[in-house]
Write a new protein. Structure first.
Length: 469
């Protein structure tokens, strides 16, 4: 990043991050606080423009002053005004600007809210290792915890997944409170903020029923559109000097924390790799990729894992497309974890041979990799330095396919070695210091290059899923 983030008035030293759920909630709170502080201390016209753009362009907002609230429930006259105003809205802001229509509620637990609050810390501990433990084992531990505390529920075990448990914990951690409010006599806007993934239709409905008796209208918006709006506002000549300063600081803040949308991967000889920047860039990159691959295969659902490392994936735990920004390169891989899919691949290496032959026109960026890793520290997101050590074999496909090499025997050897490893991968790498790759990396079109790689590897992914299921 070219700017010093610590000189930004909205940036906090205790900023929060995506390394675990509690710190994610903290970051969401800080971002909402920045937005409300900006609107409350800027010219009134900025709030008017904001509401007309993202809530309703036709509502007359009148001349009465707006009231703003943060991280708390409205009380007194503000609460009365919100109840009586003729226009009620829930503005949901997220990176995608989309609503998750799938219900993630574990049926029956709404009756047990007080008991659940008592085991919140234990639920968090179960979720800490979700990236190293199979999802079914997480669910088993969760149900065992519920049973031990005599907490009853109606959902079938097979209908519960890790996302449901994550969502439950988020509700417990947030206490179901609104993130912010903007209210006057003509309009009441409840703000719900997400910094990764989609908005939860369940949570929006809860807010609507509690605060507006079900009469509110939901309005989703993306952080990228919020950012673009304030960039437009910053060019206006009729704003006061304080407002211009605040708007500029806020847009820079969104850039620093990675909510301004994907623009580039800037790392090279003059811009060293930075882990925090990599996480923020990845979040935006994943949003762009998700838009493009939604229709390719219904199983390519984004995992949305806590970002203690700069990678995320589309698919299931044992077979998926990883997207990552590592210390030397960015790119994607088709990840086949030790288990049923890798066993299928070892028994039928022709599947890999066919995929490599399909890639013959674009071998230059592809690598084969077989890995073993060992975790260093179980304190998720709290440690300093590498989280794991890696061992394995990797080879560039273009070199493997050079004339005269018996490349199929090399692939068979790597598959054989994978019996003692944890994963087999086909990777597409783009190196930060490569002149060939820099123009791609430092362009908004890099997301398209990743999507292209997913499409190239999709036949093998689908063949493995079909043949094993």
């Amino acid at each position: 990043m070219t700017m010093d983030k610590h000189q930004n008035i909205f940036y906090s030293y205790n900023q929060g991050d995506l390394s675990d759920i509690d710190r994610e909630v903290q970051l969401e709170d800080n971002v909402t606080k920045a937005l409300i502080n900006l609107l409350e201390n800027s010219d009134r016209q900025v709030t008017v423009d904001f509401l007309k753009r993202f809530v309703n362009s036709k509502i007359r907002l009148g001349r009465t002053e707006f009231q703003y609230a943060l991280q708390k429930n409205l009380v007194g006259e503000s609460h009365k005004t919100a109840q009586e105003t003729p226009h009620k809205f829930i503005l949901g802001i997220s990176p995608t600007g989309k609503m998750d229509e799938k219900s993630r509620t574990i049926v029956g637990l709404e009756r047990e809210e007080e008991k659940l609050k008592g085991i919140k810390a234990q639920i968090k501990n179960i979720l800490r290792n979700e990236n190293e433990v199979e999802g079914s084992k997480i669910v088993d531990r969760f149900i065992k915890l519920l049973n031990a505390n005599k907490i009853q529920f109606d959902s079938r075990k097979q209908d519960i997944n890790v996302s449901d448990i994550n969502y439950l914990y988020q509700l417990l951690a947030s206490k179901s409170r609104p993130d912010g409010w903007i209210v006057n006599k003509n309009i009441a806007v409840l703000i719900e903020n997400k910094i990764w993934g989609k908005l939860s239709s369940n949570q929006i409905d809860r807010h609507n029923n509690k605060w507006f008796n079900g009469k509110g209208e939901s309005k989703p918006a993306s952080w990228k559109k919020i950012y673009n709006f304030f960039k437009e506002e910053s060019s206006r000549n009729d704003l006061g000097e304080v407002t211009k300063f605040l708007v500029k600081q806020f847009t820079e803040y969104l850039e620093v924390i990675g909510l301004a949308g994907f623009t580039e991967i800037p790392f090279n000889d003059s811009t060293p790799y930075d882990l925090d920047d990599a996480k923020n860039i990845l979040r935006n990159l994943m949003v762009e990729i998700e838009k493009e691959i939604g229709d390719l295969d219904k199983s390519l659902e984004r995992r949305g894992r806590p970002l203690e490392d700069p990678w995320d994936y589309f698919g299931e735990e044992s077979l998926h497309f990883t997207v990552g920004l590592w210390e030397e390169w960015a790119g994607l891989d088709l990840f086949v974890k030790k288990g049923k899919y890798l066993t299928k691949l070892r028994k039928n290496p022709a599947l890999i041979f066919e995929e490599i032959e399909r890639l013959s026109s674009c071998l230059g960026d592809y690598w084969l990799d077989t890995q073993y890793w060992r975790l260093h520290d179980w304190k998720r997101g709290k440690q300093r330095g590498p989280m794991a050590s890696f061992e394995g074999y990797f080879v560039k496909l273009a070199r493997l396919m050079e004339k005269g090499r018996n490349w199929k025997e090399v692939v068979k050897f790597m598959l054989k070695m994978s019996r003692h490893q944890k994963a087999f991968q086909i990777e597409k790498r783009f190196f930060y210091k490569s002149k060939k790759h820099q123009s791609l990396l430092q362009s908004p079109n890099f997301s398209q290059e990743v999507v292209k790689g997913i499409k190239e590897l999709l036949p093998l992914y689908q063949e493995l899923r079909t043949s094993v299921s």
